[in-house]
Design a protein around this ligand. Structure first.
Ligand SMILES: [Zn+2]
Length: 263
């Protein structure tokens, strides 16, 4: 697709016209290839979204890559440590404040919330409050590139786990809202916190909603067969999934049971 460069085999170096990904070296079953650190801007100023884990080599690589360009602000899609762990150190290196929804992750005066517009180098980033994966999840819409930065709300591969600090009812509302926005804004790309760029935003969001419904049906079916605890349900529903993901799956199942019990 014009304007989007996607390297083969790794998300590192993926770019749209005004956004570029520098992949952090923290691959795992949960973080896929690692955390995507997005640099947004043009000319002499940039905003850095999710410095990633507290990994000195990665933070210095991002800074070196920027050369003379100045970091005006550091934004966090949410407070999970694979996104925020390096924020303080990067703020010190770059001399820039950290803005996040959760005050515990801010450094400086300014927060970050739904409806805010962050400007850099003549570009706008529109902030969407997108709770679900975590209570403090945000997405950033970059109109200049028709791109939505989605953090862990939508991943480039697989699906998102609902954490103990998130909630499924919120998450389903968030997916609906993003889908409506993607269609209305004619979004051309989702730039996720992990994994490759998605170039069919509406299709990807439809897939996420369908997956959630399917999982809920599977959990209802597992319960009907007598499974009670999250662990028992995971053993049935996630039987084909790598066991290293089972603890996270248990959290996700607990969130889904909580949702079903409130219906
Ligand atoms: Zn993450």
């Amino acid at each position: 697709m014009s304007g989007i460069h996607i390297p083969i085999g790794t998300p590192d170096g993926t770019r749209t016209e005004h956004a570029e990904n520098l992949l952090a070296p923290n691959p795992s079953a949960m973080t896929l290839d690692g955390t995507n650190t997005w640099v947004i801007g043009g000319g002499e100023e940039v905003v850095v979204v999710d410095p990633g884990p507290d990994d000195e080599a990665h933070l210095r690589r991002v800074l070196d890559h920027l050369g003379e360009r100045r970091v005006t602000e550091i934004l966090l899609t949410h407070g999970h440590v694979d996104h925020s762990g390096g924020a303080r150190r990067f703020a010190a290196l770059a001399g820039a404040p950290v803005r996040a929804l959760d005050p515990r992750h801010r450094l400086g005066e300014e927060g970050l919330a739904d409806g805010d517009v962050v400007t850099v180098a003549g570009l706008e980033l529109h902030v969407y409050g997108t709770p679900g994966h975590s209570f403090d999840s945000l997405c950033f819409w970059l109109p200049a590139d028709g791109a939505m930065l989605t953090g862990d709300t939508v991943l480039g591969r697989g699906t998102t786990m609902i954490g103990q600090d998130g909630g499924l009812a919120d998450y389903l509302r968030t997916l609906d809202r993003l889908r409506v926005a993607a269609e209305r804004l004619e979004a051309r790309a989702l730039l996720p916190g992990h994994g490759p760029v998605l170039t069919d935003p509406v299709g990807a969001l439809d897939g996420y909603v369908a997956h959630r419904r399917e999982r809920l049906d599977q959990i209802r079916a597992a319960r009907a067969r007598g499974a009670r605890t999250p662990r028992e349900i995971v053993e049935i529903v996630y039987a084909g999934v790598d066991r290293s993901l089972w603890p996270a799956a248990e959290e996700s199942v607990a969130a889904q049971l909580d949702y079903l019990d409130r219906l």
